[in-house]
Design a protein around this ligand. Sequence first.
Ligand code: FAD
Ligand code: NAP
Length: 340
Amino acid sequence: MQFHSFYDLTNLNTLAVDAQAEYFCQVQSLEDITAALAFARSQSLPVKVLGGGSNVVMAAHVSGLIVQDIAKGFEVIVQDDKHVTIKVQAGQNWHELVMQTLELGYYGLENLAYIPGCVGAAPVQNIGAYGVEAKDFISVVHGVNLETGIVFSLDNAQCDFSYRESIFKQELEAKVLITSVDFVLNKQESVMVKYAPLNTMASQYFDEEGKQVSALLLAQWVINVRKSKLPEPRELPNAGSFFKNPVINQHDFLQIKAQYPDIPSYEQASGIKIPAGWLIDQLGLKGQSFGPVRVHEKQALVLVNQGGTGEDVIAAASEIKQKVLMHYGVTLEQEPRLFS
Ligand code: FAD
Ligand code: NAP
């Protein structure tokens, strides 16, 4: 294992921000991780864990030792007629995992197809799309405490998952390296098509074919829909949705609805969810540039970076946040994590 100083991170973040790590290393075993932690301790460096860099905003100089876990693959650890439990290494590409499990007849992750990044990051913000969240299938998260070097395992309840949240963004933020994740998947197909446009596509398919869409075909629909509206980071650098959808109380919602009767809304246990992209779009910001950062034409939640720094991205996001707060009285929360 090599420790690189002044390591270029430009290709390791999907916003393509020019960034350099004070130190960088890749690990793929507990032995490597132990050596990395010892190196960091000997140099008094903070340790920061990077996955695929698809949910981070980087400063030009990132201090400390940046550790990337590149261990890949998965194994079946237990199964019966109905379920299979797999242990997946942190460096495994998420989308490849989704497709490989579907091909093996292990179902559940189909709505989460084509989300960039690695498995180790999936529990961090409890990745979600089209009404399915990683937490629905995660049974145990395994990792190493960065301060003590002690290995740990947290079961689903201990991870404290909620909408785009987990213990790894709260008490354990920047304190652990997730080494592997156990998922319990189904052997019977039971697709989730509550969200548009999947519901329309599924009912049309049922009318024409007389049967429910398969999980594999559903994954293909998800991939196609996402390709049609989300920019490919390789072509237009971005970090996906830049803001979480706010969940507000009934009183605040009715006030906004009185002014904007067409506002979409979704009732949740914790309040009423309104799409942040809609709020931004209504302000006429789609396609608008804030310096080198542009609000994507097809999805106002996505900020495209056209050669700007991490500071430029944060400045654009702050302006948008301010406008949303001024017009609707709603505070947007940033989704990507800061690396500085
Ligand atoms: P990084 O960006 O490298 O890291 C993200 C955070 O996780 C950082 O805080 C990092 O320190 C931490 N982390 C990473 N790996 C580990 C580890 N092994 N141990 C401990 N901490 C770790 N997200 C969704 O939820 N749903 C979507 O539909 C979705 N669509 C997207 C579409 C696009 C085009 C893009 C660019 C992003 C999208 N995202 C989406 C956001 C992003 O892909 C996910 O959050 C993904 O899980 C991030 O994975 P990563 O490996 O790139 O993590
Ligand atoms: P969309 O269809 O334009 O819908 C906008 C928002 O409305 C979504 O974010 C979704 O919230 C919410 N929504 C839509 N139908 C809903 C329903 N039936 N019940 C509850 N909430 C509903 O969204 P999109 O941008 O194309 O994204 C599609 C899916 O991919 C969404 O789930 C989105 O979260 C996910 N995605 C996430 C990222 C990211 O970086 N986090 C990036 C791209 C796409 P939810 O976000 O709560 O699902």
